[in-house]
Write a protein that binds this ligand. Structure first.
Ligand code: PNW
Length: 544
């Protein structure tokens, strides 16, 4: 028997029509609201918003054995010509910023950025990785750069470790060996001592995820160790502790006199459930975020320990694989207390979004243990997302806004410094200067950052374009380009030329946001369409 409403509550045909119209109106409102998220947002950034661009030592400096510099793991990796770097390229000369750094400062001045994020090459300061010998020529190189930046009113934003570990330390096991913690601390101390009078923004590590996974997991990056389920976690563990130690050193010894800030830069893609109405995919998306950025952020920004889901997954997989304990190392209570809260802001590098689905490999127990398998997921791209020069990078502008919101909620509304964002190409030289696809990328991504700030109240303080110039793109050598500036690698002088994206970024910075066309308010076509549709349907419905 069908359940019927009491007759007093039953809708008359006319009332039913009205309800249909109301439901349709509601749908239209939702459609407009969702659609307006995709719409361009005109407005400006907060007055004290920081614009920046970035590079890293090995990618731009060259001078690999100049003026007393020691050998680092990327020198060794490239010089082994092991086929892992496209075209057997090396960073021996790169953009030759060891000699051309004055030009780099001019480029930054042209852009009008307030900050320049660069990294220090550890082996240029400590040739054998330890404070046994200090290379004064190396100290001077960065000191001169810092002075020139300050003279140009550009604040130096310094990364201590952007992947170029001194080779001598790798010979002791690199980040698999916890003695690195003290070596890193000694290196950090000399940087604070020599530069901290002028440098007020520090990053300990750039993307420990990439170091751990690509360096010690799949081995595609230096030092090229292939241990996807064990060394990967050990390296991550050591870097978290090394970060915490350097933070405390700064806090206890240097902060009072130098009055700077220090933190870490973590990377992740946004992980979007492939099927948003499948709870398993939704859980898989969240799990992947915990495994990627939570791996490091949970300890530093939350409670000193790894995310619960990560501990559970790695432990149960490890036991099923015949280990008698988890492959994920354990933080003692003392470690946790020491690591928790070692941040002054949240440094974020992000480029893309992955679609995530729940997937358990049936052979998980017998396969080689792996950080990837530990996550029980498959990642892919929606085919509609535009490609780039990197297989891992698709342009998904709304992803950055979703990620910023996720970070806000997950880590108690931190101050977020976007320390890298950008897009690559593999185009021929002839079209590199007219990089309209890169302008489009920046336009849309930065607009989504603005929406995160203005509509969602995410506390984003800085945006950094990766990269200032085309450079040594790690495993892709010189074939992939991220620069706002083109660098002619065939010319020994390595001349730099501004691309269209550099000019666009300069204007955006000068405007501090997106100005409406001077002709006045732009009509929002999406809303207009919905309003017309709504009234047509309402009229039709009422006339029946
Ligand atoms: C970052 N991935 O690296 C680095 O910090 C830069 O040095 C680098 O040039 C830039 O992004 C572009 O690659 C990443 O495979 C390397 O997901 C690889 C990945 C992410 C970031």
């Amino acid at each position: 028997m069908q359940y019927a409403l009491p007759s007093t509550l039953q809708l008359k045909p006319r009332g039913r029509r009205l309800t249909q119209i109301l439901v349709f109106q509601l749908w239209c409102h939702i459609a407009v609201a969702t659609q307006s998220d995709d719409e361009f947002y005109y407005g400006d950034f907060p007055e004290d918003f920081i614009w920046s661009s970035a590079t890293s030592s090995y990618q731009i400096e060259g001078g690999w054995n100049a003026s007393g510099k020691g050998v680092n793991i990327w020198d060794t990796f490239c010089h082994s010509y092991n086929g892992k770097v496209e075209g057997n390229a090396t960073g021996d000369i790169a953009c030759d910023s060891f000699n051309n750094w004055r030009q780099d400062v001019e480029m930054l001045k042209f852009l009008g950025v307030q900050f320049y994020r660069f990294s220090i090459s550890w082996a240029r300061i400590f040739p054998d990785g330890t404070n046994a010998t200090i290379n004064e020529a190396g100290i001077k190189y960065y000191s001169d750069l810092i002075d020139a930046l300050i003279a140009a009113n550009i604040k130096p934003f310094v990364t201590l470790y952007h992947w170029d570990l001194p080779q001598t330390l790798q010979d002791f096991g690199g980040w698999e060996n916890e003695t690195m913690i003290e070596y890193f601390n000694q290196y950090a101390i000399i940087c604070f001592q020599r530069y901290g009078d002028r440098v007020k923004h520090w990053l300990t590590f750039n993307e420990p995820w990439v170091v751990a996974w690509q360096g010690y997991g799949e081995g595609s990056f230096a030092p090229g160790i292939v241990s996807p389920g064990v060394a990967v976690y050990k390296a991550g563990h050591t870097m978290i502790k090394a970060h915490a130690k350097a933070y405390h050193t700064y806090n206890d010894t240097f902060r009072a006199s130098q009055k700077g800030v220090i933190s870490i830069t973590l990377n992740t893609d946004f992980k979007s459930p492939k099927n948003t109405s499948n709870p398993l995919d939704v859980a898989a998306g969240e799990r992947c975020l915990q495994f990627s950025i939570g791996w490091f952020a949970h300890a530093i920004f939350k409670n000193g320990d790894y995310p619960e889901i990560m501990k559970e997954q790695v432990r149960s997989k490890s036991l099923a694989q015949g280990y008698n304990a988890s492959r994920l190392p354990v933080f003692t209570e003392a470690d946790q207390a020491y690591i928790k809260g070692t941040h002054d802001f949240f440094g974020l590098n992000t480029y893309t979004t992955q679609a995530v689905e729940h997937y358990v490999d049936p052979n998980s127990a017998t396969n080689t243990p792996s950080y990837m398998d530990d996550q029980d997921r498959k990642e892919s791209f929606d085919p509609s997302w535009p490609t780039s020069g990197a297989s891992w990078l698709r342009m998904v502008p709304w992803g950055i806004r979703r990620l910023l919101n996720w970070l806000k909620n997950e880590y108690n509304d931190p101050e977020i410094f976007i320390t890298e964002n950008g897009i690559s190409d593999r185009n021929a030289t002839s079209v590199l200067l007219q990089d309209s696809w890169r302008v489009n990328f920046y336009n849309q991504y930065i607009n989504n950052v603005l929406k995160a700030i203005r509509k969602d109240n995410v506390n984003v303080r800085a945006y950094t374009a990766w990269s200032l110039m085309d450079n040594f793109e790690w495993g892709r050598g010189y074939e992939e380009h991220y620069g706002l500036y083109y660098v002619d690698m065939s010319d020994p002088k390595r001349p730099r030329t501004a691309k269209d994206s550099a000019k666009w970024y300069k204007k955006m910075i000068a405007d501090n946001g997106f100005k409406k066309n001077s002709s006045g308010a732009k009509i929002n076509t999406g809303t207009l369409f919905n309003v017309i549709a709504l009234s047509v349907i309402a009229t039709l419905a009422a006339s029946k």
